[in-house]
Design a protein around this ligand. Structure first.
Ligand SMILES: Nc1nc2c(c(=O)[nH]1)N[C@H]1C(S)=C(S)[C@@H](COP(=O)(O)O)O[C@H]1N2
Ligand SMILES: [Mo]
Length: 305
């Protein structure tokens, strides 16, 4: 019998990224074994929707954030979001659904298929990351509550609790933070409700306990700490669109050909590449054109930006 003391572990042994990369490597190995003789065995380890890029570190993803409920600085969410109480938590689902109600978090999670999805993430401010999310498809939840045929859009709201969200004591934005999707966007298999990162529960600064992830849209569409989901027949209000409709459209699909009025969207700065890391070209629909371009067929993307 051998004893393994804590001191045997190096930093790399205990970081979640290391676990993650090791697990991936194991899966790749198993996949390669099973698929020996078949082409594309390397792709075996990658999920259907995973991007072929190295994920950012857990540290990057959880320390460089936008979450104005806790302040406007990139470090404010990590500094102040720990205060937020995320249990108990419930989400009101109402509007044009068969089974409206206030659902406890546990009831929402029960029976959901939690998947791992490695997605590109592109903020409208022109920085980007690659994030290994855990979560379930929004479509699964919507199907469970029964979307009525008259529904055209889905509206989302973040928690309003100024006692724990210090940014809400100021009029930085019109609280609560709100976002919306067209129903077909919401039902798309890429559209995720994230519950974790790197296989760990999603940290408060990233939008615990439930946050939206729409990887082909600018980051502000991916609303955090959701308490309300409403099915509606009208295009719902969206926080940044209300704030400045000239700069932030309802759709806000990532589009290198449509510049923000105050900066170019043709390229982006990957976070975590170091001080002198190179910008990289921004991809149409953030690299998800094959999956989502069809949703916008016939639309003028310069007008409907
Ligand atoms: N409720 C709420 N959701 C939000 C925001 C916010 O300020 N409040 N910021 C958005 C913006 S601008 C971005 S880029 C992403 C950032 O997500 P991350 O911190 O997990 O990277 O969250 C989005 N969701
Ligand atoms: Mo953003």
């Amino acid at each position: 019998m051998t004893y393994r003391f804590k001191t045997d572990l190096t930093e790399a042994d205990v970081t979640p990224e290391a676990d993650f990369i090791n697990r991936r490597a194991l899966m790749a190995g198993a996949g390669a074994l099973m698929a020996s003789g078949l082409a594309g065995s390397a792709a075996q380890a990658r999920g259907r929707y995973d991007v072929d890029a190295k994920p950012n570190s857990f540290k990057d993803i959880t320390s460089y954030n936008n979450f104005y409920e806790f302040g406007t600085g990139k470090g404010d969410p990590a500094r102040y979001a720990g205060k937020l109480t995320t249990r108990p938590w419930s989400v009101t689902i109402d509007g044009l659904v068969d089974k409206p109600g206030e659902y406890a978090l546990e009831d929402i999670l029960r029976g959901m298929t939690i998947e791992e999805r490695i997605y590109r993430f592109r903020c409208v401010e022109a920085w980007s990351m690659v994030v290994p999310w855990n979560g379930f498809q929004l479509s699964e939840l919507l199907n469970r509550v029964g979307v009525q045929s008259s529904a055209r859009f889905v509206a989302f709201e973040t928690l309003f609790r100024p006692s724990e969200m210090r940014g809400q004591r100021r009029d930085l934005l019109q609280w609560p933070y709100r976002e919306g999707l067209r129903l077909d966007e919401a039902m798309h298999p890429l559209t995720l409700i994230a519950t974790g990162i790197y296989g760990k529960p999603i940290p408060n600064q990233n939008g615990a306990p439930l946050r939206l992830v729409v990887p082909w849209k600018y980051g502000f569409k991916s609303i955090k700490s959701i308490v309300k989901i409403t099915l509606t027949d009208r295009m719902p209000p969206a926080t940044w669109n209300m704030q400045n409709p000239r700069e932030y459209g309802f759709y806000s699909n990532v589009n290198p050909n449509v510049d923000h009025p105050r900066w170019s969207q043709a390229s982006e700065r990957p976070i975590g590449g170091g001080l002198f890391s190179r910008r990289r070209p921004t991809l149409m629909f953030n690299g998800y054109a094959k999956e989502v371009a069809g949703l916008y067929k016939g639309m003028d993307l310069k007008k409907n930006f």
